[in-house]
Design a binder for this molecule. Sequence first.
Ligand code: MV4
Length: 452
Amino acid sequence: MFKKILIANRGEIALRVIRTCKEMGINTVAVYSKADAESLHVRFADEAVCIGPAPSNESYLKIPNIIAAAEITNADAIHPGYGFLSENANFSKICAEHDIKFIGASSDMIDRMGDKATAKATMKEAGVPCVPGSEGILTDYDECLKTAKKIGFPVMLKATAGGGGKGMRAVWSEDKLEAAWESARQEAKAGFGNDGMYMEKLIEEPRHIEIQIVGDQTGKACHLSERDCSVQRRHQKLTEETPSPFMTNKLREKMGKAAVKAAEYIGYEGAGTVEFLVDKHRNFYFMEMNTRIQVEHPITEMVVDHDLIREQILVAAGVPISGKDYYPKLHSIECRINAEDPYNDFRPSPGKITTLHTPGGHGVRLDTHVYSGYIIPPNYDSMIAKLITTAQTREEAINKMKRALDEFVVEGIKTTIPFHRQLMDHPDYLAGNYTTKFMEDFVMDDKYKDEE
Ligand code: MV4
């Protein structure tokens, strides 16, 4: 087992990893930028190394500085968290070259799943349902047009180096195709240095339902059921829940089996997530595979009573998984609390938290790194806390979320608390009747505004 793990991340996920390491008797090294000198992960770790100035590309993304921190503290493993270098194949490779265990996927696996057309072709070979579309990358516009005619409009053009909605174009008719083809390729070339595009039949009003998997070093994988992440704004998840209100036991079995088949086919090691698009007829299609722990992992932990960070560390240390799958025994909802103003187009609201009162009580979990007096730096993403409520039923979990949000006092900055509170009153949300289109018509109501 590892003696010392360096956490190459910040904020709530750094704290989250430190907590499990402490419970496992593993020493921890925090790395921090000058802007995070007063951050809690620095205080809670056994050791801390400053790796550079505030900008991410001079600190949390600076591979030589992180490797140097691991060398001087003699860390035998690195946990990358999510974001930053967590899906950087070069970082995974460099860790291996320095004989430091990267608690995540191999560089080969990150490359294969990071290239979306390759990931899809691999899943198709594995027998995982995929959206009908092109056979890999489209070589030129002629092939693009021919493919669109073959699968029929509407179609979705996707950048193979994209993901998470970047470099994607929905095209509803032939007259719009060429302009979309040209602009998507330019965007992909500029954004990712790779203008490879592929095409799929457009799935209308899909749900985003993902399956948590864990694979061990023997090539065995298991699943830990689903998370419904359909409530998104501009491809940013706002809230997630498990079980999905759209799920049936039959569909869960089919999606779980497909996700395990995918993981075992590629010999996946570690915690991963297989994302699916689900249409209104409950057909599901492979969308993407994420080779990292995800922000929303706590709701799975709460309903299957399993520590996923612990799973990651055990698997990385060569411990085989039990092999059984995990099914929800409770209902759990996560609300991402961001330092953003929902009454002003969710624009960032960095600054000092002058007053903080956090919610608690039975079935309430708050994963956060902020404290009263904490200054939220403008350099990093805006999430300041994840509020998770868990109960026997969806209705109880929602009621608990309402109560917890009403208790949650954050002064000095704007947050998305009013948005979540309104969401918990929204009839379609309450009915579990929402797709990835839900946020398109959402309008904030002043009655949820924090009184100044
Ligand atoms: C799609 C789709 C409809 N049809 N593919 C968005 C980000 C990336 N994960 C893939 N995405 C989509 N792919 C086909 N063939 C609709 C989306 C999509 C979406 C998917 C999941 C969650 C939110 C979304 C928001 C807009 C579009």
